[in-house]
Design a protein around this ligand. Structure first.
Ligand code: GTP
Ligand code: MG
Length: 205
């Protein structure tokens, strides 16, 4: 899929205020600093579209970006960001979970995890929560440029194996990416394109 246009639509902290349009939407979620905003910029080929930072906690709201005038990418704050106060953290979690529960046009969520890390409790719990609520998701391994191909393979297999040892009977679909090397771009865009086609076909039938 070619990205012909990509623009910022709005930021807000309430799912009720998100855009009304019933077009397919994809959300990027994961720990702070995992590379959510960078991945959005990489996929759209627009460096400054989503704000990125070396410091965790950069993205603080629900940010909608409209792509090719007919679908949305959504940049979310990181969960489990340790440096916000306890009270703020609660508000964070709440409006994020409200978003996932209420957003009907959310066709797939991408849970980002750093390919270098072992499975983290907060990610596993969040995936479990998505599963319990019937919210479709894929895993996106990020920062693959930090490891050699063999190590990537080892990390990914170990991660998936651990998922299968927990509550999952089937491994979720996953992608290996690097925003700095533009790795995984075509595969992810192709995946999105397929879901978009199914969405519009179902809508017109
Ligand atoms: P929050 O908004 O704080 O939740 O973070 P985020 O998940 O949006 O992360 P962001 O995209 O802002 O990136 C965090 C840091 O990781 C930045 O310094 C990025 O340059 C770096 N980064 C993101 N993706 C990659 C990648 O693929 N490879 C490498 N080496 N660094 C990356
Ligand atoms: Mg961000």
């Amino acid at each position: 899929m070619k990205i012909k246009s990509a623009h910022f639509v709005m930021s807000n902290s309430k799912v009720e205020h998100c855009p009304n349009e019933k077009i397919p939407e994809y959300a990027f979620i994961g720990r702070s600093n995992v590379g959510k905003s960078s991945l959005i910029n990489m996929l759209t080929d627009r460096k400054g579209l989503a704000k990125t930072s070396g410091k965790p906690g950069k993205t603080q709201l629900i940010n909608h970006f409209k792509i090719n005038d007919n679908w949305f990418l959504v940049d979310l704050p990181g969960y489990g960001y340790a440096r916000v106060s306890k009270k703020d953290k609660k508000t964070f979690q709440r409006y994020i979970t409200d978003y996932f529960e209420a957003r009907e046009q959310l066709v797939c969520s991408f849970v980002l995890v750093d390919v270098r890390h072992e499975p983290q409790k907060i990610d596993l719990e969040f995936m479990e929560w998505l599963g319990e609520n019937g919210i479709p998701f894929c895993i996106v391994f990020t920062k693959a440029d930090k490891l050699k191909p063999k190590a990537i393979e080892r990390q990914v297999s170990a991660y998936i194996a651990q998922l299968l040892e927990s509550v999952w009977e089937e491994a979720p679909q996953y992608f290996v990416t690097s925003s700095s090397k533009k790795m995984g771009k075509e595969t992810l865009l192709h995946f999105i394109d397929q879901i978009n086609s199914d969405f519009f076909t179902a809508q017109n039938s």
